[in-house]
Design a protein around this ligand. Structure first.
Ligand SMILES: Nc1ncnc2c1ncn2[C@@H]1O[C@H](COP(=O)(O)OP(=O)(O)OP(=O)(O)O)[C@@H](O)[C@H]1O
Ligand SMILES: [Mg+2]
Length: 464
């Protein structure tokens, strides 16, 4: 299919010349002589041009007014180029402000014009790709993308529906690892008012803080040793959209104060620059830490905490909304069936359900998804394979009568230990019992050495 170019030009000779020239270059040309005709072909969608090449002064009006009117009609994915006999600065400024691709003075050499049209075509195609992506994300990340029929999940969906209707400047999502914070941020963005604008994500734990700072705020050439070119930071890239700051609890205090300033004043300054730039961004921050505790420990700025948590959303751990498994498990089986071409049934036997519901899911929905993926991939027939569930690390508290035995631990169930503390306690005891032999400890816990090492680090367990 040929790309379509709409020419709006009332000078017959020029119109004809343009039509001939661009037809030869392989374009499908629609040439109209008035704005009314242009309006007809655009609104009735008789044609779908990538580029509009328009004269400024037409018998029935001004090209820029026309562009402005078409913008309101949601005509998207088209680049506009203006040709004018008597260019003035005010017009060219207005053209650019309205988002026109360029503003060219007549007479204009055809080969040069052709280059400009090529540039405009590339840009229109890129815009259309982005529009398509946004539309598909829009469908993919509606509030219904959050599965689960527990009371908690229903409430969460209701709350999201309400929040996404209102303009908010910042919001914090709190939840253990794997509970769906990242998914929720996408849902908030794509079902909200900024859905057509960018969603820019950064994980604050993934970069050393100097780098995080230059990523967020950008820099001018020469701001530091390796800054060869100017770099627009994520705040600027997220302009009019959403900036998602994942693991905000890991951000260093100095940077927190710069972030606070940016969030409050909606102005940023690139590193090495004197000029402030206005940015219009909505901030979504996520954390698996209890920020109020971080504040109490002096690790998180109180003012930033209050600023961000004007709206706060908490996602309960999966073990506290096990009813969600009824929706999540079949959905994940379906997803991995589709990916692997298998037909594993989502009718599970009672024992499988029992094991799924008895497990305490420290890795939450992500862990569940991974477990289901493994089961679907390893299934030999259409039956869900119980043997691949392998839900290990369950807290054994069934036999407190034999506390002295080396194979048993006694754990108080009077609320004095949180699950995390229990896990920590178990790990510490098993390591002591095995004389800090990680392989033996892993075997005892039905886990792997890698997992164990990770947890030892995570809980900073004593290790001789
Ligand atoms: N309610 C839900 N419905 C469907 N899928 C979900 C739901 N919650 C989480 N998931 C899925 O679980 C996986 C983990 O979610 P996500 O990455 O958003 O968690 P997270 O809280 O950001 O984890 P982390 O703290 O490790 O970054 C993703 O594949 C996500 O799509
Ligand atoms: Mg995440």
């Amino acid at each position: 299919m040929k790309d379509c170019l709409l020419i709006i030009e009332d000078e017959k000779l020029l119109g004809l010349e343009l039509k001939r020239f661009f037809t030869k270059q392989g374009w499908e040309i629609e040439w109209v002589e008035t704005l009314e005709d242009a309006r007809q072909v655009l609104l009735q969608q008789k044609i779908d041009p990538l580029v509009v090449l328009s004269d400024m002064n037409l018998p029935d009006g001004n090209g820029l007014d026309f562009l402005e009117a078409m913008r309101d009609k949601n005509i998207e994915g088209i680049e506009w180029l203006f040709l004018t006999g008597y260019g003035n600065i005010a017009d060219s400024v207005r053209a650019l402000r309205l988002g026109a691709f360029d503003f060219i003075e007549k007479p204009c050499e055809l080969n040069r014009l052709s280059l400009q049209i090529e540039g405009a075509t590339r840009s229109a195609k890129a815009q259309r790709r982005l529009l398509l992506e946004t539309q598909s994300s829009h469908r993919k990340y509606s509030t219904d993308a959050l599965l689960g029929n527990s009371i908690n999940s229903k409430r969460l969906r209701e709350m999201l529906k309400r929040i996404s209707q209102v303009p908010f400047s910042s919001l914090v999502i709190h939840g253990e690892t794997g509970t769906g914070k990242g998914l929720l941020a996408k849902v908030l963005h794509y079902s909200g008012r900024r859905a057509k604008q960018p969603l820019v994500e950064i994980n604050c734990a993934a970069l050393p803080h100097e780098l995080l700072e230059s990523e967020l705020f950008g820099f001018e050439a020469g701001a530091f040793t390796n800054a060869r070119k100017r770099h627009r930071g994520l705040f600027e890239q997220a302009h009019q959209g959403t900036l998602f700051l994942d693991e905000i609890g890991e951000m260093e205090l100095g940077l927190q104060s710069k972030l606070l300033k940016a969030v409050e004043e909606l102005k940023i300054r690139r590193l090495g620059s004197e000029t402030e730039i206005d940015v219009d961004v909505q901030i979504i921050a996520a954390t698996n830490k209890d920020l109020s505790k971080q504040v109490a420990a002096g690790k998180f700025r109180e003012d930033l905490y209050h600023r961000l948590s004007v709206l706060a959303v908490h996602i309960e751990p999966l073990r506290q909304r096990l009813e969600d498994l009824d929706d999540l498990v079949p959905a994940f089986i379906g997803e991995f069936n589709a990916k692997s071409g298998k037909k594993v049934s989502s009718e599970l036997c009672d024992e499988t359900w029992r094991q799924l519901k008895d497990y305490h899911w420290p890795g939450n929905t992500r862990e569940l998804r991974n477990v289901i993926e493994r089961c679907v991939l390893l299934a030999e027939d259409d039956k869900f394979p119980l043997q691949w569930l392998q839900l290990s690390g369950k807290v054994e508290v069934e036999n407190p009568a034999t506390p002295d035995s080396a194979k048993h631990l006694q754990i108080p169930l009077d609320g004095s230990l949180s699950l995390q503390d229990m896990e920590k306690y178990i790990l510490q005891r098993v390591l002591e019992l095995t004389d800090y032999n990680v392989t033996a400890a892993a075997r005892m816990l039905g886990s792997t050495r890698e997992t164990l090492r990770y947890r030892v680090q995570k809980y900073q367990l004593k290790y001789p």
